[in-house]
Structure formats: structure tokens, C-alpha cells
Design a protein around this ligand. Structure first.
Ligand code: GLP
Length: 245
């Protein structure tokens, strides 16, 4: 779906999420959301906060799992995805503190494998993700599933591509050496198990990858192309990001 204005696009995505939350509330069930960081979803979160404040949308039945976190990363560091989510959404809505999960960037490396298994098990125990929100990296990554990630990849520790680290350098004071070399990411297979997937992309710099994801061949070179095999996926893009389609 192509929008001229990313804000309008974000509103439509936020409204879809709000309707899902309300539907689950009527059914007396939890709404299990997969959430993303990066600049693209910020406007979606802003609209969700507005719906909470002005229209009484409650997040009490929401359980959320974030896609990824740098490793190593202290949760209160300025660049942490934990902090991002609190600032962009969680601190402004009524989601219970025990209901949101973000991969931990401060656990010892020896515990990561067990942590990743339990992260997936927790999602499964709730019946899987009802909705997964995604951005897309300049190299086609989803979450931090870098090119080379397999379609059946699980939640794991990932080495970040040079291009991914270079894209994040301004968040780390312009010093590449300070950008973590690794991240914990939800695997491609867990993303593809979500009942609904919505990917956001704004701006011309995403146009090549969007065209490749939608119209190119399904390949590990562009992990977002795996979404072609999902039965209920929507790409929400602005005119610039759609310019190579
Ligand atoms: C990071 C995140 C991704 C995100 C990507 C794009 O790499 N791990 O989940 O999709 O950035 O970010 P942006 O939305 O700022 O373009």
C-alpha cells in the first residue's frame, strides 16, 4: 500500500493495531505484538499513544516482544532498544511492565543460547505473534537478520554487517568502534510464524530493497524477500520507497 505521506501511512497501521487490540479485548484474550525499533515505526507509536490518551485505547491486554537488541548493551544506555521502546511507547501507555519483552543485551554470552530458546518458548506459550511490525535495513535485514540468514533461522546472536554498523554510527557519537559488533535478533522463522506481518519503509534510500523484496527472487541475500512466502503480509511504503517498484 503506497501513501504519499508517511504520517498517514503510520496512522493506518496504528489503527489496524488498535482494532486488533480491541478485538482481542472483546474476546477476553491477550494481544501478542511483535514490535520493532528504528526511525520507521516512531510515527506508528506516536499515533498509538494518541489513541491511548484521546480515545481511551487500553494496552492492558497487550503482550509484546521486540525483535532485537544490540549486544552487548546496557538497558539504560542511550542507544538501547529497551530505552527506545520505553521512550517511544511503553512509558506513555498502560501496558503492564511484566507484559513487554526485549532481548537482553547485558546477559553473559554463555547464557544467550538459553535466553533465545526461552524467548521463543514464551512467544509460543502465548499462541504465537498475532501481529509483527517490521522495518527494513538498508541491506534488506529484518530485525537484525542480516543477509545470509536462513529462512528457518531461530532467535540468536548475530554478527552485524559493516553497512548496518555504519548506518548506526551517528547514534554512537560518530565513532564506528563504539557501535556493537553483534546483536540478539528474533529469527526469520519466528517472524514468519506471525499471523500478520506489516513492514514499513519511508524514503528513497529504501526503494531498491523494497523493489527487490517484493519483485525479486526469494533469497538469503535479502532476508526481507522471505516475506514473499507469508500468506498475510502488507508492505506499507511512501511514494519515495515505492519509486523502484
Ligand atoms: C535497525 C533495526 C531494524 C530496523 C532498521 C531500519 O537495524 N534493527 O529492525 O528495521 O534498523 O531502521 P530505520 O527504520 O531507522 O530505517
Amino acid at each position: 500500500r503506497i501513501f504519499t505521506d508517511p504520517r498517514e501511512a503510520s496512522k493506518s497501521v496504528a489503527h489496524e493495531i488498535a482494532e486488533l487490540i480491541k478485538l482481542k479485548q472483546r474476546e477476553g484474550k491477550s494481544c501478542v505484538l511483535g514490535l520493532a525499533t528504528g526511525s520507521s515505526p516512531k510515527t506508528v507509536y506516536a499515533e498509538l499513544i494518541r489513541l491511548h490518551r484521546e480515545e481511551g485505547l487500553s494496552f492492558k491486554n497487550v503482550v509484546s516482544f521486540n525483535l532485537d537488541e544490540y549486544y552487548p548493551m546496557e538497558p539504560d544506555a542511550i542507544q538501547s532498544y529497551w530505552r527506545f521502546m520505553k521512550e517511544q511507547l511503553f512509558d506513555h501507555v498502560d501496558i503492564p511492565k511484566e507484559n513487554y519483552f526485549i532481548p537482553l543485551g547485558d546477559i553473559p554470552q554463555s547464557q544467550i543460547e538459553d535466553f533465545c530458546k526461552s524467548y521463543e518458548a514464551k512467544i509460543d506459550s502465548l499462541g504465537g505473534l498475532d501481529f509483527q511490525l517490521l522495518g527494513i535495513g538498508g541491506n534488506g535485514h529484518i530485525g537484525f537478520n542480516e543477509p545470509g540468514s536462513l529462512i528457518n533461522s531461530k532467535t540468536r546472536l548475530m554478527m552485524l554487517d559493516h553497512s548496518t554498523r555504519a548506518a548506526a554510527v551517528m547514534d554512537f557519537g560518530g565513532e564506528l568502534i563504539k557501535v556493537p559488533k553483534k546483536a540478539i535478533t528474533m529469527g526469520v522463522s519466528k517472524i514468519l510464524q506471525a499471523k500478520r506481518v506489516v513492514l514499513l519503509a519511508w524514503g528513497e534510500r529504501k526503494a531498491g530493497m523494497i523493489a527487490d523484496a517484493v519483485e525479486g527472487s526469494v533469497s538469503e541475500h535479502n532476508p526481507s524477500s522471505y516475506l514473499q512466502s507469508h500468506g498475510n503480509v502488507l508492505f506499507v511504503v511512501d511514494t519515495a520507497a515505492a519509486s523502484e517498484l
